[in-house]
Design a protein. Structure first.
Length: 183
């Protein structure tokens, strides 16, 4: 492979498209599991708030923990089922660590709204719970795909090689067509 005008290795045509397509499929699967987890989280949150006398943030922490357990199963067996499964202890430790950071982000937003600004009606609590989940989800998506559910080694080089071969085959066909046109 050659180099582009910036001196960086050229990316075969279609390789970027393939990578973006894989990322879009991964984000869609992550969103499907996350959407179901969101329903679990908000459902448990509202159930705990209405059935118990727990303060808002404690009810939210309980709901987040239930959603984390639900999401782990969905991520491991649906979104990232094709990823490395050899280091389950490492995976679970990192998942819990990054989930705990997400829990702090999510419930920190709710805490600030409730105790910092006094916005504690049921509607306001649900809105700020949702905002906290949205912010924490961005962090979780990045951390889970980067650190927890790592791609199997070799998958990326194979797809690059296949893309390179497809490009070369296309160039060969173009050369053959030009040679035939000259004859």
């Amino acid at each position: 492979m050659g180099r582009d005008s910036s001196g960086l290795p050229e990316t075969p045509p279609g390789a970027l498209r393939q990578r973006l397509s894989r990322l879009a499929r991964e984000a869609a699967k992550f969103g499907a599991v996350g959407g179901a987890g969101l329903l679990v989280n908000l459902g448990v949150f509202n159930l705990v708030r209405h059935v118990t006398d727990l303060p808002v943030v404690r009810a939210s922490v309980i709901a987040t923990i239930v959603a984390i357990a639900f999401n782990y199963v969905g991520f491991r067996y649906f979104t990232y089922r094709d990823r490395d499964k050899s280091g389950r202890t490492r995976e679970m430790t990192l998942f819990l660590l990054f989930s705990a950071v997400g829990l702090v982000i999510e419930n920190g937003v709710l805490y600030a709204a409730t105790y910092g600004f006094g916005w504690d009606s049921p509607l306001q609590s649900n809105i700020f719970k949702f905002v906290g989940i949205a912010i924490a989800t961005l962090f979780r998506f990045w951390s889970y795909r980067t650190w927890v559910f790592r791609a199997l080694p070799g998958a990326e080089p194979v797809s690059r090689a296949e893309s390179f071969l497809d490009t070369e085959r296309g160039r060969d066909r173009e050369r053959t067509a030009r040679q035939r046109a000259r004859v």
